[in-house]
Design a protein around this ligand. Structure first.
Ligand SMILES: Cc1cc2nc3c(=O)[nH]c(=O)nc-3n(C[C@H](O)[C@H](O)[C@H](O)COP(=O)(O)OP(=O)(O)OC[C@H]3O[C@@H](n4cnc5c(N)ncnc54)[C@H](O)[C@@H]3O)c2cc1C
Length: 308
């Protein structure tokens, strides 16, 4: 691997976790280099209004928040590259990182490449995302007050999110391709006892239909093959989360859910390599928690670099 440049600290990923890590590292005089990847400001950039990030009582567009995070990180000396990490080598020191535009070595890394919701892959899903199709109940639940909505999935997250949505929506119908849930017994009992939650068993969404917004789901009974058009005010999809770890394969330990395994200092199984945000968080998955992990990872990386 031809080496272009050496850095004390590189931050891989330009979402809320990465830019917050960059802010802290820059203020510790580490001159971090942040690589944004293809989605500048990460998943947050996909939403027009974030109402639960502290300090913005009127809410803030995800891309505006991202721009503010970048400005703040740059102000203290962060360098930003709009490029993709194509490979990393963690079994040698310094660590090696290859980008499309060149190769780097670094004494320490913060990996903040995020995650993506698993998609159904049916027609209409992409078109109506943000207009009736959502992948995050905590983020969008409040927009569905007194509405009749649907949830796709049958595991813990789908049921937890349905229970959460029952605070707002008039009804939630869980569409599940089996005839039993895969969620834990307590969650299942709570959902079964909740008068707002209903179930469509043995069913799979085949298409999402509407004009400006989603208005109908085409649902197939997987046992009989019958198709049904189901009116809806919105659909939440909770069929899993995919952390962006493909370039890290075999290099560090992952958890069962596919996130990077970290300790309470955000350090991975490789000393000097830290992880923050959704790539290491299968549970909370919020802008504020990802940013918090970014800050913690940068403080830990600063302490680690001081020991070298
Ligand atoms: C539609 C939608 C609405 C949401 N609304 C809210 C909300 O209202 N409130 C809230 O708190 N949360 C919300 N979330 C969740 C929130 O956006 C995420 O929790 C948060 O963005 C996670 O931050 P992150 O930095 O860990 O990862 P991400 O935001 O996923 O960012 C990952 C970054 O890594 C980069 N990357 C990936 N692969 C590579 C690579 N190979 N090389 C270099 N870079 C790479 C990407 O380009 C991106 O910049 C929403 C999510 C979605 C999808």
């Amino acid at each position: 691997m031809e080496i272009a440049e050496h850095r004390q600290l590189m931050i891989l990923g330009g979402g809320p976790a990465g830019f917050t890590a960059a802010l802290y590292a820059a203020r510790a005089n580490l001159n971090p280099l942040l690589v944004t990847g293809m989605t500048l400001y990460g998943q947050a950039s996909q939403t027009s209004c974030i109402e639960n990030y502290p300090g913005f009582p009127e809410g803030v567009a995800g891309s505006d928040l991202g721009q503010l995070l970048e400005d703040q990180a740059r102000r203290f000396g962060t360098e930003v590259i709009y490029d993709l990490v194509q490979c990393v080598q963690l079994d040698e020191r310094p660590f090696k990182v290859c980008l499309g535009s060149g190769n780097y070595t670094a004494d320490s890394l913060i990996i903040s490449m995020g995650a993506g919701a698993r998609k159904l892959g049916v027609p209409g899903e992409r078109e109506f995302t943000g207009r009736g199709v959502s992948f995050c109940a905590t983020c969008d639940g409040a927009f569905y007050k007194d509405k009749d909505i649907h949830m796709v999935g049958g595991g813990d997250s789908a049921i937890e999110e349905s229970l959460y949505l029952s605070r707002f929506a008039r009804s939630i119908t869980v569409i599940h391709r089996r005839d039993t849930l895969r969620a834990g017994a307590i969650l299942e009992k709570r959902a079964m006892e909740n008068p707002k939650i209903h179930f469509m068993w043995d069913s799979a969404v085949k298409e999402m239909l509407g004009d400006d917004r989603l208005t109908e789901l085409l649902v197939e009974n997987v046992k009989t093959g019958d198709l049904l058009r189901v009116p809806t005010d919105g659909v939440f999809i909770s069929i899993g989360h995919i952390p962006n770890t493909s370039v890290l394969e075999g290099q560090l330990k992952l958890t069962e859910s596919g996130t990077i395994e970290i300790d309470r200092h955000m350090e991975s199984s490789v000393k000097g390599v830290f992880a923050a945000g959704e790539i290491a968080d299968p549970i909370y998955r919020q802008v504020v928690t990802s940013a918090g992990m970014g800050a913690a990872a940068a403080i830990s990386a600063t302490n680690y670099l001081a020991t070298l």
